[in-house]
Write a protein that binds this ligand. Structure first.
Ligand code: CMP
Length: 139
């Protein structure tokens, strides 16, 4: 896999539950490098672009409504095999299946409010980093 970059977002439930520090700590504990960080209010347009692959699914409108409902911490992280490892740090998308010790396993109970998002492949990482860090992204 080698050194990769990925997009991680702490969603409105994560910021309102004051989990920003703990999410960042998990990545720092693994010695990953934070290479981009901003606190944003996601617009409807940005949300629909980011979640474009889910357009047409029954939960799409609620997904857009939720991600635009409060502050989001958008981050770019770098490290060896980080795309696969970050998915383990987060746990399964559905908190019911997320292992204890993972972010979703420890802090979420509902698939629609699962605290944090991580790119699921190298292609998604490039696409999502391009959406959220088109300007001012470090090197
Ligand atoms: P995320 O990793 O941000 O990527 C897409 C999101 O859609 C996912 O986390 C969930 O929050 C949400 N999602 C996926 N499947 C469902 C579902 N069946 N019902 C509601 N929300 C879902």
């Amino acid at each position: 896999m080698g050194i990769e970059r990925t997009f991680i977002a702490i969603k409105p439930d994560g910021t309102s539950k004051k989990l920003v520090g703990r999410v960042i700590q998990k990545f720092e504990d693994l010695d990953f490098d934070l290479v981009g960080l901003k606190l944003i209010k996601v617009t409807k347009e940005l949300a629909e672009k980011h979640y474009g692959e889910h357009k047409g699914k029954p939960f799409f409108d609620d997904l857009v409504k939720f991600i635009t409902s409060g502050p989001v911490v958008a981050m770019a992280w770098e490290g060896e095999s980080i795309i696969e490892i970050s998915r383990k740090i987060l746990g399964s998308t559905d908190p019911v299946k997320a292992a204890p010790g993972s972010i979703r396993g420890d802090f979420a109970t509902n698939i629609a409010k699962n605290i944090v998002h991580a790119s699921d492949s190298p292609e998604s990482a490039i696409r999502e980093l391009g959406i959220f860090f088109s300007e001012g992204f470090v090197d």
